[in-house]
Design a protein around this ligand. Structure first.
Ligand code: UT7
Length: 326
């Protein structure tokens, strides 16, 4: 028994921010961004929120799965840009879509979050605990971007992607998921804290600053290019599969050069690595479900296709999972 994807959905804000516009904010050029990252534009929330995008993507996925909201047993949202810490985004999505029976919680694993949430949902299904699970990646990264830092503000975009997983009498695959907390400082988004009266300082607030994503871009680049091919080789080996058994590798959309380097290291052709960061930028945990949804909409996927999902990012965290398309 495992979970199979019965529906997908996506939602992105209507405001599109072109590379050219960033030239007015920081010392950069549209051409540099395009050449070094593959990104040409991204969608930025004006009225949309982490919850509204997640709920819209979820509703679309439910429709395709032909399930009523009350049939959902669990909602799992991966996000590092929630509107509120409490209640969690998953509970707010539950309220919006009226999935009254679902148990809801968020999962925080940065850009690996969707893979971690997908694997967690499969484990609940494989254990026989739940039948129908909504797995969502939703991010409003424009809220947590330092718009004066050219090393990060050129990269990120907002959006959400969702899948509905349903229990099926099919064998599942073992995932390969990892963390290395000792290297966490390479990519951070620190939370605001009030001081307590027992001697703890209020980081940042005393200097009148708030916190945004900070990143050692080159360190993350090298980490991704080294760890992802290794994790893909491992997940294939674990499941007694070969590269020839895989139709597509659906990687986190951080940088076109990272995806190309992973393809090269694996000795796999570029066409097996679809990309859409050109249109959306890096949407963290939304990038994989957004791309999956787009591939489905473009009729790229047929029943029985095997895909490898691969995420990497803050934590550090990274991981791969294999799915068979419905
Ligand atoms: O979602 C998971 C987490 N994020 C990632 O996976 C991101 C991984 N890292 C990257 O994608 C890349 O490292 C970046 C796109 C962030 C940076 O690209 P890079 O090719 O690694 O650039 P760099 O940091 O090596 O900088 C090269 C040059 C430097 O100038 P000098 O020292 O050679 O004169 C930078 O100052 O480019 C300069 N530079 C820029 N120039 C124009 C850095 N950022 C910019 C910019 N516009 N935005």
């Amino acid at each position: 028994m495992t979970g199979v994807i019965k529906g997908t959905g996506a939602s992105v804000p209507s405001r599109i921010l072109e590379n050219k516009e960033l030239e007015n904010l920081v010392e950069t050029s549209g051409a540099w961004i395009q050449e070094r990252t593959g990104i040409e534009r991204r969608h930025i929330a004006v009225r949309e929120t982490t919850v509204s995008m997640a709920a819209e993507a979820a509703a679309e996925a439910l429709k395709e799965a032909e399930l009523q909201p009350e049939q959902i047993d669990m909602i799992l949202v991966s996000t590092m840009s929630p509107e509120e810490i409490m209640p969690c985004t998953a509970c707010q999505v539950q309220r919006e879509i009226k999935a009254s029976r679902a148990v809801c919680f968020d999962l925080s694993a940065a850009c690996s979050g969707f893979v971690m949430a997908y694997v967690t949902a499969c484990a609940y299904i494989e254990a026989g605990i739940f039948q129908n699970i909504l797995v969502i990646g939703s991010e409003c990264l424009s809220d947590v971007t330092d718009w004066s830092d050219r090393g990060t503000c050129i990269l990120f975009g907002d959006g959400a992607g969702a899948v509905v997983l349903t229990a099926a009498e099919e064998p599942g695959y073992l995932p390969s998921i990892y963390s290395d907390g000792s290297k966490g400082e390479a990519l951070t988004l620190k939370s605001r804290q009030n001081h307590n009266p027992f001697g703890k300082e209020a980081p940042g607030e005393s200097q009148g600053t708030s916190y945004y994503i900070e990143m050692d871009g080159q360190a993350i680049f090298k980490f991704a290019v080294r760890s992802i091919p290794q994790a893909i080789e491992e997940v294939l080996q674990k499941n007694h599969l070969h590269k020839g058994d895989i139709q597509y590798y659906v990687l986190h959309q951080a940088n076109e050069r990272i995806v190309e380097a992973v393809a090269k290291r694996l000795g796999e052709p570029a066409y097996k690595f679809p990309m859409n960061m050109k249109e959306y930028g890096n949407t963290s945990s939304a990038s994989i479900p957004l791309l999956l949804h787009e591939m489905k909409e473009k009729n790229m996927l047929k029943s029985g296709d095997r895909l490898v999902l691969a995420g990497f990012g803050g934590g550090l965290t990274w991981g791969t999972a294999i799915i068979t398309w419905k």
